[in-house]
Design a protein around this ligand. Structure first.
Ligand SMILES: Cc1ncc(COP(=O)(O)O)c(C=O)c1O
Length: 506
């Protein structure tokens, strides 16, 4: 990237000035009309403060300030964002428009059910869509995120074993290719976690699984596809071994965009799973929210489902088929042995509206096209980049590909972090790095189904260029990014000692 002359640097510095630093005494952003009401008494003087600084700027300056601030953020609406495991895909704006309709935003969770029948119908239909997509008959939309769905699932597994008097079932097996939330959730639910190794192909090691599947087995949590971006080819045996040993099989289905319309966890014999609506089914997310992680169960766990669960009554009795003339009534129900609530109300309703809009606008064929395109895009990247980076598991991947910079590091001192930072100079968000933990110098790339071939080709060209730069001019990567608002931050310090308040310079 070229060097800036002093004038360009001045412009760059001015763009980064804080609002308070732009303040000039006496400037105004508004003209207030003369006071036409009687002045009232001020609060007591000990409640008044005169040390508060307000920025004194014009309206134009404040508009520029916030517009410039918004441009310092990288977002999926700006550019390619191949963040593995996070599915930063383009979300159609029409879904936001639907979620913003007054009929949805101006209702209250404490309103009588009779006054929110439309919202309840939407939730019931979404439950039905998700049940059809996953093959799991019971769905609770209550969990607020993927990890919350996992927690609900593992609390149900615990309630199931305790109900049967199986108090010795305390062990949960988790492959080393699982998402990090899986062991955290199992531990929070009171289980002891035992890590299972992956075999040479990246699948669950069946011998290790058999050895650990005893009377103390509460269950297994498996991420499918795994964080290696692979579909476990042993999955049918894995499910059988765990079920034969009396354990519950949990499927982390956060990355359903790899499986939609092709594989249903219910058909594979899973007892419980969750789906991240904010990844697979459209929901702008990032920075911690907002999310939605419905939990889905098979027959064994149905009575334990979190409350509330939306059910439908059709005039003429519970088995009466709706025919367009019979009245349908929707309401909240608590399953017989429910583990209780996951949150105060009924889940993240705006995310549910978006997911409903997305699924119903795509239909069955559109849903299957998602997994087609997500898997095709990832395999295209893998085939084009496997000679420039290491590919730890050289087999067909699912929706994401895990590359490695291990050889670049050994031979040229260039790490996965350097590669990721250099991508910023080319306008691309870094992929997930150093995860999964079992891959050295990992670069986990998820192109998603929404990117065009032109974007993927640009990314391939950039990655090849970076691999060449690493070999020929590694210092270029060590100092990257060169042209971004920030360079390399001390992330630990930024998180532990955030400086969020403007202070007047002495
Ligand atoms: C495979 C997998 N499981 C679980 C989660 C956790 O989801 P959340 O961040 O919504 O809690 C994620 C998040 O990216 C994930 O990729």
């Amino acid at each position: 990237m070229g060097k800036r002359n002093s004038l360009q640097q001045k412009y760059e510095d001015s763009r980064r000035r804080l609002l308070m630093d732009r303040s000039v005494p006496g400037r105004m952003g508004v003209s207030l009309p003369p006071n036409d009401v009687p002045e009232g008494p001020l609060p007591p003087s000990d409640m008044l403060r005169d040390e508060i600084d307000f920025p004194e700027v014009t309206e134009g300056e404040i508009v520029r300030y916030f517009s410039q601030l918004s441009q310092l953020n990288f977002s999926i609406d700006h550019n390619f964002y191949p963040l593995g495991s996070c599915t930063m895909k383009y979300n159609p704006k029409v879904n936001d428009e639907v979620a913003a309709m007054r009929g949805f935003t101006e209702i209250h969770p404490l309103q009588p059910e009779s006054t929110v029948q439309g919202a309840l119908k939407l939730m019931w239909e979404l439950q039905e869509y998700l049940a059809a997509i996953t093959g799991m008959p019971g769905v609770s939309l209550a969990p607020m995120a993927g990890a919350d769905g996992e927690l609900a699932g593992m609390l149900m597994a615990r309630a199931y074993h305790l109900d049967r008097g199986d108090t010795q079932r305390t062990k949960v097996l988790i492959p080393d290719s699982a998402h990090g939330t899986n062991p955290a959730t199992a531990t929070m639910s009171g289980f002891e976690v035992v890590t299972l190794p992956s075999d040479a192909r990246g699948d669950t090691d069946l011998d290790a699984l058999r050895e650990s599947a005893g009377d103390d087995l509460a269950g297994l949590m498996i991420t499918l596809p795994s964080t290696l971006g692979l579909f476990d080819s042993n999955i049918e045996q894995v499910v059988k071994i765990v079920r034969d040993a009396g354990g519950i099989v949990y499927g982390d289905g956060a990355n359903l965009n790899a499986l939609l319309g092709r594989v249903r966890m219910g058909d594979l014999g899973f007892d419980v799973m969750h789906s991240n609506l904010h990844k697979t089914f459209t929901q702008p997310h990032g920075g911690g929210g907002p999310g939605s992680g419905p939990v889905l169960v098979g027959p064994r766990l149905l009575p334990y489902l979190p409350t509330p669960w939306v059910t439908r009554q059709v005039d003429g009795g519970p088995n009466s088929a709706p025919d367009g003339k019979k009245k349908e009534t929707f309401g909240f129900t608590t399953p017989e042995k429910s583990i209780g609530r996951m949150a105060a109300f009924h889940g993240n309703f705006g995310a549910l509206v978006r997911a409903h809009a997305y699924i119903s606008s795509l239909g069955k064929d559109g849903i299957a096209a998602i997994s087609n395109d997500a898997v095709l895009n990832a395999n295209y990247l893998q085939s084009q980049l496997k000679n420039d980076f290491d590919l730890p598991y050289d087999r067909v991947c699912m929706h994401e590909v895990v590359l490695s910079a291990a050889t670049l590091k050994r031979q040229h001192g260039v790490s996965a972090l350097d590669v990721a930072k250099r991508l910023i100079d080319y306008g691309i968000h870094p992929p997930t790095m150093y995860f999964p933990l079992i891959v050295e110098e990992a670069l986990m790339v998820e192109p998603t189904e929404t990117e065009s071939k032109e974007t993927l080709d640009y990314f391939i060209e950039v990655m090849k260029t970076i691999a060449r730069e690493a070999r020929e001019e590694p210092s270029l990567l060590h100092d990257a990014p060169h042209d971004s608002p920030n360079t390399r931050l001390d992330e630990a310090r930024a998180a532990r000692q955030p400086d969020l308040r403007w202070r007047r310079r002495a």
